[in-house]
Design a protein around this ligand. Sequence first.
Ligand code: DSN
Length: 434
Amino acid sequence: MIEKTVTSLVEPCDPQLAAILQSEDERQAAVLRMIPSENYASPAVRATLASTLSNKYGEGYPGRRYYQGQQNTDAVERLAIERACRLFGYPHANLQALSGAPANLGVYTAFLKPFEGRIMAMRLDHGGHLTHGSPVSVTGQWFEIRHYGCDEQDRLDMDEIRRMALEFRPHVLVCGYTAYPRVIDFARFGEIAREVGAISLADVSHIAGLIAGGAHPSPFPHIDIVSFTTHKTLRGPRGAIILSQKPEHAEAIDKAVFPGLQGGPHFATIASVAVALHEAESEGFRNYSAQVVKNAQALAAQLMEKGYHVVSGGTDNHLLLVDVRKSAGLPGKRVAELLEEVGVVLNFNTVPNASDRQKPLFPDGIRMGTPSLTTRGMKENHMAAVADFMDRAMKNMKAGKLEKDESPWKDPAAAAALTAEIRAFALSFPTFTW
Ligand code: DSN
């Protein structure tokens, strides 16, 4: 496997670093990785990252570079653009933004004047993103922001969003989320944006792979601009793509990304994204993306059957949120930390309509997803086992304040036994399947 090739090449030069790489390889194989924004990229995707393209500079765009020697870099970037456009149906793609936050900054920079531009987006604690105008992000400091949230059923209320948009008159109306388990009505968002004269932006980082595989409706032709990272459900390397429809939008975005915000493109990443896009055009990827959703729905059903409060009563996509304070009187952070101890790796997360005690670092919920487990070949019946592991672990967690050095487990021996069981279960699956 490629892991072994990497460590065997690094080891003679830097044994200290090689040992860390090997430890991470082993960790990724031995735990249940359920952070919904993570995945296992294919060997071809990862091998491309190590190609000689990493040695090359080339500011500019294909055919318009500031350096010589661009025969292959131009070919790579053109191929990646062509594949992105074909897969998502948009006529223009920019693949140079280094990741999701710079991609969104590129979009705002293209269309908004600092301290004058108005953005309307989902609030962070209901499932938005830092770059959707959080006060701790420059996007919240440089632009005027109005946030919408979920209703009491933990769903988007499109009539309320329209009402707010008519009142606020945003220049950019953002949809697309990091912790929203339901289908996004792109047609309605596009309609509202047009009605108020805004540019519509869908940040589909989380669901890009589902859109590519046909497991979530496409934002095309409803949404003007689509941004997304390439390493989540799409299963590529860490990178980003910005899609647009109108030539004037495309030109403004290209200029904003380079020279506005960035220097030389990361060609090895762009090539690796091209491989991921090629993979995403396959029948195997369509099956994978459908299975991601089936697995998430099976996991949600299993957890609800065991009495857990699944936000919005289930999921339509790859992720689910559980309000563990409502379910079991447990704080989200403790649950996430203790689940990691037994080998279930997810993240603590704010949930909509939570208790008054919820804070970003001490939220009421946990967030989990099925992309990585699905890539390992797990199906609905395996989700029953995963839900059972989680349930046994959570039932064994103490709820109240812990004394110094007090075990957080009601039965530490049962927690140790469960850890061994989860490890054996995880290791019985490969880390990548088609
Ligand atoms: N950090 C990503 C996530 O986990 O959802 C979003 O950027």
